[in-house]
Each structure stands twice: as structure tokens, then as C-alpha cells.
Design a protein. Sequence first.
Length: 145
Amino acid sequence: MSDIRQLYQRIIVDHANYPHHYGELKTANYKKTCRNPDCGDTISIFALIVDGQFIDISFTGNGCIISQASASMLMDILINQSVDVALDRMQSFRKLIMGQAVAANDLGDSIAFSTLSEFPTRVRCGALAWHAMSEIINDWRATNG
């Protein structure tokens, strides 16, 4: 295994074992739960969005190391960001896990999933939290334009 792959593996394991922003956010004004029907992974995202800004976000869930680590990474790169920035970063992540080239500057540790496309059955695991966040943004847009 190459050095970079070993580093990415360690980053993913660390996020799964010690997730950032884990737990139910009691002040959330948006919540969305998504489930991967293929494997049973479940992620709930909690967000406090004020004036188009993610003031606070968190998640809970059960599932594989990939879904849990990905959710943790998502929290890190979107907290204190605007909805517009979030959408850009989420689009970059989708491209990344599909094996497309992206500028990794704003993806933080989630760049560790750059080889996920080599494991097509795991792409849905990596995208689960991001899908839930997309639904939260859609809900926010429906009420805030």
C-alpha cells in the first residue's frame, strides 16, 4: 500500500473512531435522516442555519467506517460556512468520490476518499451524509428562497 493510501486510511479510521460534531444538536432548526438500503447504514444530520449560514451542525448514525467517517468530515468542512459554499463543497465531494479531478483545497480530510470510486459498492456509504445535507439545504431553500 502506498504511503498516501496509508495516510488516507488512517484519516478515515480516526474520523470513524473519534467523530467530530457527533451527537444530536438540540438547537437545530433542520434535521434529516437518510438510510442506505443496500447495507442499512443510517445518518441523521442536525443543522442550525441562520441567515444562510451553518451556525452549528452535528450528526448521529450507525453504519460502516466509511459512512461514519464521511459524516464527520462533512461536519468539519461545512460548519460556519454559507449554504452557497456548502453547495460548492458538496459538488466537489461528489466529483471526488466518482473519480473526477477536483481542487481539494476546501475538502479538508474528505480528500481521503479520493480512491473511493475504485470501490463502487462503497460510494453510497461515503455519500450518505452528504445526501442528507443536500436534503436539508433543499428544505432551507424551500422556505428561504
